[in-house]
Design a protein around this ligand. Sequence first.
Ligand SMILES: Cc1ncc(COP(=O)(O)O)c(C=O)c1O
Length: 364
Amino acid sequence: MIQTPYYLIDKEKLTRNMEIVARVRAQSGARALLALKCFATWSVFDLMRQYMDGTTSSSLYEVRLGREKFGGETHAYSVAWADHEIDEAASHADKIIFNTVGQLDRFADRVDIAQGLRLNPGISSSSFDLADPARPFSRLGEWDAARVEPVLDRVSGFMIHNNCENADFELFSRMLDTIEQKFGALLSRVEWVSLGGGIHFTGENYPLDAFCERLKRFSGRFGVQVYLEPGEAAITKSTTLEVTVLDTLYNGKHLAIVDSSIEAHMLDLLIYRESARVAPNAGEHEFMVCGKSCLAGDVFGTFRFPQALKVGDRVSIQDAAGYTMVKKNWFNGVQMPSIAIREPDGSVRTVREFTFADYEASLS
Ligand SMILES: Cc1ncc(COP(=O)(O)O)c(C=O)c1O
């Protein structure tokens, strides 16, 4: 038995997503780069690299991790590169993508790899202001084609990320229509366009044939190599957070306190005020599952169980890969979850454990 808490990555479930990614690549001609900001647990990169072309990044450390641990095609993007980062970032990458014309102007002469620019079409599918790249006054990319025109001779491609948790193909396609209208004159003058992440094409019943057709049509119309940057779509439903009940109490509701913390181990749910999920979430007994940090609102959610929870019971929190392991932290000094992998033959091995020394080393 592995000591909880731990994240458990199931390779078979991961492979299901990977096979869809591979199908989309083959059928549409698009290349797929894993967005490391979402998932950077490199112990499963040996599996993922069989199905994907490489990685894309949001910082110097991510681009280096992508190059060293994943390999393949490596895109380096950052909202803003610092002067002392640019040479090293370029040394690890095949393409470097600047967020603004200002950054391109500043660094273009320093790098001798392909250069790209982020465009912002001013529309997105985000339902959260916090995560909306098209929010008012957004700093994420250039909006104005007239500003980009004069630097076209220095860029070979564009990156556009405006899909956010978008499971609606029609919406994706309509937004792409708008992008074509708005930036068409620019797109036909470059070699590649990355359409970013946020397209939930590995979800159930996603119309993959129509999606691939749409990507092909876009690629053909402008004569560009299309890239996709799936984060969440690559790892969705592959991973759980395994926790154990440490205490139960009744305060008008049945509560169970577990050996984990939503703030430390599934922070995104707290930021976006969403509930965690357990499966099947059915049965007669309703419990509010709470974390062990001091934060009063450290609550995973209220779920149903077939039996009343008691000390020592295990609870499996679903979908714990994306924007989760990359955001885990040492708040309250709560034991950081280990990382374990379930192999296709059912065996489970621990690939990383965190100790006091890691906690200590995270500060000084
Ligand atoms: C530029 C860029 N590419 C890719 C992604 C990955 O998105 P997702 O994990 O939703 O697929 C993001 C997410 O914010 C992004 O900003």
